[in-house]
Ligand binder design. Structure first.
Ligand code: NAG
Ligand code: NAG
Length: 364
């Protein structure tokens, strides 16, 4: 694994706005005696408004993933007040007098999860696919919230209920929803590490911690533990993108780039672990993107963002104006975005539902 494999994969793959699938071809010649099923199709996505139509599940089911990974904003659990510059309830400007987002009750969160869980498309996916996941801010309970949010213990229970986490799972007893899985037979194992970027996160602009000390200790033992052919690190927020460094004072997205010390620590841990075949997957931003960083380890690190099961930047404006959003995205000078020959529009936004084409991950 490593450079050539990831680059080959990249060459063949295209970002889609709503989700990305990772196809891994079976190796016909292998006569593995392992019981564990070779995992060849993983799909992932994020940002799903439970009250909006979710037709994307049909496209995901057609792809027949063996595993689906939720990367957060699995529901929009908080209450959003409309933008209001004037009037009694002003939500923006220095003169704002009510918060734009407030948490909702446990019952309300529960009923929103139920809406998604009973969505006909998602229910159908659940029948055949192992679904795992982590959270981002809106299913954690509040826009941009971190460790200070006092609904987090309840929110953790609600997410784990939604994901059908067994009642006796250690994940229900720890502080935060981070966890890991290993799929596939020995020699062709895929390790999936899901981070919690909320429960322990220091305030924005603090350059403090995202993961908190207990999660760091755990992550270190995960990365330094038994080798796997591939290691996928799922983070709700983008790890590699530097977009906010450029759009800075005008607008910020949440990302690891806003906690530079924490991001350095992550890159250094991956390098020190000598682990091969590590890459990131992320969500949150309402567009799809591939970013790449060459200077962390002996091989390039990729971050593949799939965001927008229902939320998409292009949809924020009426259809005739979609091209403007695409144009702005294309202009935005994020230094770490991959501009592959095979990326349509050479831009981060992706208009059509598209699946990556098969690539040969396992050479023999
Ligand atoms: C979710 O969808 C509903 C129905 O279309 C809409 O009213 C609501 O504003 C949406 N919420 C978010 C967070 O996009
Ligand atoms: C990314 O942004 C950080 C500052 O947040 C900067 O130090 C670093 O050089 C940037 N990297 C690139 C490649 O632009």
């Amino acid at each position: 694994m490593g450079r050539s494999v990831l680059e080959l994969w990249l060459l063949w793959s295209v970002v889609m706005r709503v989700m990305i699938a990772l196809p891994i071809a079976y190796s016909a010649s292998s006569t593995s005696s392992q019981e564990a099923l070779l995992v060849s199709r993983i799909a992932f996505g994020s940002c799903a408004n439970q009250s909006a139509p979710q037709p994307i599940w049909n496209a995901i089911i057609d792809f027949d993933p063996q595993i689906f990974i939720w990367l957060g904003d699995n529901i929009y659990g908080d209450v959003r007040h409309p933008f209001k510059l004037f009037g009694k309830e002003r939500t923006i400007g220095p003169w704002k007098n009510v918060p734009r987002f407030i948490p909702s009750s446990e019952q309300e969160m529960q009923s929103r999860y139920k809406k998604t869980k009973t969505n006909p498309g998602y229910s159908r996916l659940l029948e055949k696919t192992k679904v795992i996941g982590t959270w981002d801010d809106h299913d954690y309970g509040l826009n941009d919230a971190g460790k200070e949010f006092n609904g987090k213990i309840t929110s953790q229970r609600l997410l784990l209920d939604f994901l059908d986490e067994p009642q006796d799972s250690p994940r229900r007893k720890q502080a935060g929803v981070y966890t890991s899985y290993t799929f596939g037979p020995v020699g062709r194992q895929i390790k999936v590490i899901l981070l919690d970027t909320r429960y322990h996160r220091d305030p924005l602009f603090s350059d403090g911690s995202i993961l908190g000390s207990s999660q760091w200790t755990w992550l270190e033992s995960e990365l330094k533990g038994p080798a796997s052919a591939l290691t996928i690190i799922g983070s709700s927020i983008q790890v590699i993108s530097n977009l906010s460094a450029i759009t800075g004072p005008i607008f910020y997205l949440e990302c690891w780039g806003r906690f530079p010390k924490e991001r350095e620590r992550l890159f250094k841990l991956i390098a020190d672990s000598k682990r091969d075949g590590v890459f990131f997957i992320s969500g949150d931003v309402h567009f799809g993107e591939i970013t790449r960083y060459d200077c962390a380890t002996g091989y390039p690190l990729f971050d593949i963002t799939a965001s927008g099961i229902t939320q998409a930047v292009e949809k924020a404006v009426p259809p005739p104006l979609n091209f403007i959003v695409r144009f702005v995205a294309w202009l935005a000078p994020t230094t770490m975005r991959v501009m592959g020959q095979h990326c349509r529009h050479k831009s981060c936004t992706y208009g059509d539902w598209t699946f990556s084409r098969p690539a040969k991950f396992w050479s023999n």
